[in-house]
Design a protein around this ligand. Structure first.
Ligand SMILES: C[S@@+](CC[C@H](N)C(=O)[O-])C[C@H]1O[C@@H](n2cnc3c(N)ncnc32)[C@H](O)[C@@H]1O
Ligand SMILES: [Zn+2]
Length: 164
């Protein structure tokens, strides 16, 4: 059947189609990182200000979270209410996002939930990073900085994932 269409209608159809494409193709993918283990990458353009992913997981009181003081590898995300998010239970891909001292994302706490936002446009294939600014119970000194050494190699690298 031949049907006439006006420009306006066409525009609407294309708009719907791109929203459909966005919803079908994931924003991120997980693969090996040049910095550490696995990392999370942009699967398509991520615009500045976009909410990318929530850091999900079980809430545990910080004092009850098993802690290996000699191991700097951590998946816990601290909340301001004294709990930590442990992604081992109900976690998602956000757990694989690495730290960088010159990040392209930031982690924001909203009503006891953590969301990762883009702080600039991120091109497809770029690894996602936020600044962990890790807090520890011990003093921050040369030894602990080294224990939590950062391998981001950005020009702004402070040499440690700790908050200094
Ligand atoms: C939430 S995990 C991130 C995923 C991690 N790449 C993996 O495969 O397990 C956090 C851990 O990754 C490592 N990590 C992340 N960013 C790093 C960086 N810039 N330099 C060194 N180690 C890093 C540290 O061991 C950190 O405790
Ligand atoms: Zn660094």
């Amino acid at each position: 059947m031949n049907r006439k269409s006006n420009g306006k209608k066409k525009k609407n159809i294309l708009g719907k189609r791109s929203a459909y494409v966005r919803s079908c193709f994931p924003l991120t993918k997980v693969r090996r990182s040049r910095i550490h283990g696995r990392g999370v990458y942009a699967a398509r353009l991520i615009r500045k200000g976009s909410r990318i992913i929530e850091y999900t997981g079980q809430r545990v009181q910080e004092k009850d979270a098993p802690d290996d003081k000699d191991n700097s590898h951590t998946f816990y995300f601290a909340l301001s209410n004294g709990k930590v998010i442990d992604p081992v239970v109900d976690g998602n891909d956000a757990r694989w996002i690495n730290h960088c001292c010159e990040p392209n994302c930031e982690a924001i706490e909203q009503r006891s939930r953590i969301f990762i936002y883009a702080i600039r446009n991120i091109e497809p294939g770029e690894e996602l990073f936020y600044d962990y600014s890790l807090q520890i119970d011990e003093p921050v000194n040369q030894r602990t900085k080294k224990q939590f050494a950062c391998l981001c190699s950005s020009s702004k690298c402070r040499g440690t994932m700790l908050e200094v």
